[in-house]
Design a protein around this ligand. Structure first.
Ligand SMILES: [Cu+2]
Length: 245
């Protein structure tokens, strides 16, 4: 669970910037995973060796891979949230006042962010659907969404202007009921470990969209929509890590 500031507001600051999947920023090198040998391969990114030369990483694998966004397993330019894809999972109590500040640092592009699953009652004009509910967050601009986390459950936030969702702008957003107790038929107190209903609903919504966009876009946007499905799976994993810690 996140900790609020002194004034009781839960604040999160996110810098959105370009990064690359299957790339290690700290080692400044692209990497590959070779399925046959089950080894990670660090590509030689200098011009001092043959173009196809590569080095197999045989030691210190954890260090080399600690900052690699694997995502689709392909080399794609992505948009990271504070260097990560997906962004950190937010966990706040039901009724929390939340402020999400986004710093758009993706070159000349604009974007917007929608928190999926919250009602955000009375705040339609700042709910993230660009050009319908708000102006996009312009290049090199900052924008804060301030709202009450009014809908309990497992929700998530994602980009909502063009393709930035499929490029990595997403993360889990958990709203926990901290006081409600649920009992089973034998009147035993149940401890809820997971609430997934919103994400499952999104899965169902996205599948036909995916098929539609595949035909139209795949030749230009190579796999980004398909990677959206993988993205949601990675949000699940991030949420599990957050809850498990
Ligand atoms: Cu959504």
């Amino acid at each position: 669970m996140a900790t609020p500031d002194a004034d009781g507001v839960y604040r999160f600051t996110y810098e959105l910037a370009f990064t690359y999947s299957m790339y290690s920023p700290s080692n400044n090198t692209p990497v590959l995973y070779d399925v046959n040998s089950q080894k990670w391969i660090r590509l030689n990114s200098t011009l001092t060796s043959a173009c196809n030369a590569s080095n197999v990483i045989t030691d210190d694998l954890d260090f080399a891979l600690q900052d690699v966004n694997q995502f689709s397993g392909l080399h794609v330019r992505m948009i990271s949230i504070n260097g990560k894809i997906p962004g950190d999972t937010i966990v706040v109590p039901l009724g929390a006042e939340v402020e999400m500040n986004f710093k758009n640092r993706i070159g000349t592009r604009s974007l917007s962010v929608h928190v999926h699953g919250l009602d955000k009652m009375g705040l339609w004009y700042t709910d993230g659907v660009a050009f319908v509910q708000q102006c996009p967050i312009g290049p090199n601009s900052d924008y804060s969404y301030r709202f009450v986390a009014d809908t309990a459950g497992t929700q998530f936030y994602h980009g909502h202007l063009s393709t930035e969702f499929g490029e990595g702008v997403m993360g889990g957003f958990l709203v926990k009921k901290t006081v409600e107790k649920t009992y089973d038929a034998q009147n035993n107190l149940m401890v809820m470990g997971r609430e997934y209903y919103t994400l499952l609903q999104v899965f169902i919504q996205l599948l036909p969209v995916t098929n539609f966009f595949k035909g139209h876009w795949n030749h230009r946007h190579g796999g980004r929509i398909a990677s959206r499905i993988r993205s949601i799976r990675q949000i699940f994993q991030t949420i599990e890590r957050t809850l498990g810690s």
